[in-house]
Design a protein around this ligand. Structure first.
Ligand code: ADP
Ligand code: ASP
Ligand code: MG
Length: 402
């Protein structure tokens, strides 16, 4: 007998038919004699719709606590419906909200981190031979307030359960049949991978491949939870994410795109020591995550600093810099929300010079201008105009993966 954790995303439980489909996958596993814990997301676009409802009430952004109270409701609907579907198939089942399943988080509403999962209740339900359906994406903080884990957070809920109960398998079911070398909906000739390492998957997820949430991959690596990404619509093997893969070392594992990017430029700064410190220290105090940073030489003993952050923090970053007017001299401050980051990822890059050049050549051939560049051992990212993002992904994929 094995313990299997299965997670189903929003599209997999979109309507009654899909919920029944998930119920049959789950009960088939249970009937093999296995213990099954299922994590589900909100149905279809429910989370987006709830965000819109909140904006109707307060376009300036409601408090994060009340936002979490609202958003957590989407998953509550899914767990109840899936449990009802399983009841109709004649198997014992119980649905649990995040807190009932023991999810304790910190208090960062909207992007809370899981502190621990107390598995007592889940153990008791398994002992009663119940299939357990857990609401993903949510937990409880130390003040007994509901929290959510950030968009795509249900993947992390599933991995956390698998880690805390030492499950034999953690399967992430979605609307594609595995992890591809690029988003298969955007790049028709993308190739499905049978296996991928945690590190490569972590880079791909962080750089925009939303098929897995990056925190879930981070946690899977930390607790050595082997993940499988597979389709809820076709019953066939997916992609396994693990420490070491058998696959021969290919140069590039994938191409990813992230359009959640804001580019901020501070032009005409004084060219003296401490300027970068002042700016980035202020941004750190405001808990604004910075991604790519570029400093360049300006005219007349000045310098320019350009950096990127996520779109939802762009205005906060600008406000933070404007608040330093008294201690920071500059000639202009601009923000561009219409940019995209396109990245290539692959461990094989480390020992192969010229990969970046090939990427730049592909962009040149497609007549796409590069605004910023960032590299690490296993990735190269470029910032470009968002209007050309899909074209860039296809051009780079064609040149480097095909
Ligand atoms: P779920 O609702 O199941 O959580 P998501 O929409 O979060 O599903 O993630 C699945 C989507 O991720 C796919 O429909 C696909 O368009 C997209 N995607 C982006 N990059 C990749 C990739 N490299 N491989 C597979 N899917 C990808
Ligand atoms: N429902 C949440 C979202 O849409 C969590 C998830 O789907 O993983 O982001
Ligand atoms: Mg998802």
């Amino acid at each position: 007998m094995a313990l299997i954790v299965k997670k189903f995303g929003g599209s997999s439980v979109r309507d009654a038919e899909r919920v029944m489909n998930v119920a049959s996958i789950v009960t088939d596993e249970y009937k093999k004699g296995n213990d099954v814990i299922v994590v589900v997301s909100a149905q279809g676009d429910t989370t987006d719709d709830l965000i819109e409802k909140a904006k109707e009430i307060n376009p300036n952004g409601p408090s994060r606590r009340e936002m979490d109270m609202l958003l957590a409701s989407g998953e509550q609907i899914s767990i109840a419906l899936l449990a009802m579907a399983i009841e109709t198939l004649g198997c014992p089942v119980i649905s649990l909200l995040g807190w009932q399943a023991g999810f304790n988080t910190d208090s960062h509403h909207g992007f809370a981190r899981i502190k621990n999962v107390n598995p007592e209740r889940m153990r008791a339900e398994l002992a009663k031979k119940n299939i357990i359906i857990v609401a993903g994406f949510q937990g409880l903080n130390k003040y007994d307030d509901l929290t959510t884990l950030g968009r795509g957070g249900s993947d992390t809920s599933a991995v956390a359960i698998a880690a805390s109960l030492k499950a034999d398998r953690c399967q992430i079911y979605t609307d594609v049949d595995g992890v591809y070398t690029a988003d298969p909906r955007k790049v028709p000739n993308a190739v499905k991978m049978n296996e991928i390492t945690y590190d490569e998957m972590l880079e791909l997820a962080t750089l925009g491949a939303q098929v897995l949430n990056n925190r879930s991959v981070e946690m899977a690596k930390k607790y050595n939870v082997e993940l499988e990404v597979l389709s809820s619509l076709e019953r066939k093997p997916g992609t396994v994410v693990k420490e070491k893969v058998k696959m021969e070392k290919t140069l590039i594992r994938g191409v990813a795109k992230d359009t959640n990017v804001s580019r901020i430029s501070v032009v005409g700064l004084e060219d003296t020591p401490g300027v970068a410190f002042k700016i980035f220290n202020k941004l750190a105090q405001q808990k604004i995550n910075i991604d790519i940073i570029l400093q360049s030489v300006g005219r007349n003993n000045t310098k320019d600093i350009t950096f990127t952050t996520s779109k939802d923090r762009g205005d906060d970053a600008v406000a933070a810099i404007e608040s330093m007017k008294d201690v920071l001299e500059y000639s202009s401050l601009t923000v561009d929300n219409n940019c995209a980051k396109v990245s290539i990822v692959g461990a094989g890059m480390e020992s192969n010079p010229g990969v970046a050049a090939k990427m730049f050549e592909a962009l040149y051939d497609a007549n796409i201008n590069i605004q910023m560049i960032a590299t690490s051992e296993i990735k190269v990212s470029v910032l470009i105009d968002a209007d050309y993002a899909d074209k860039a992904v296809r051009a780079v994929h064609d040149k480097l993966v095909d």
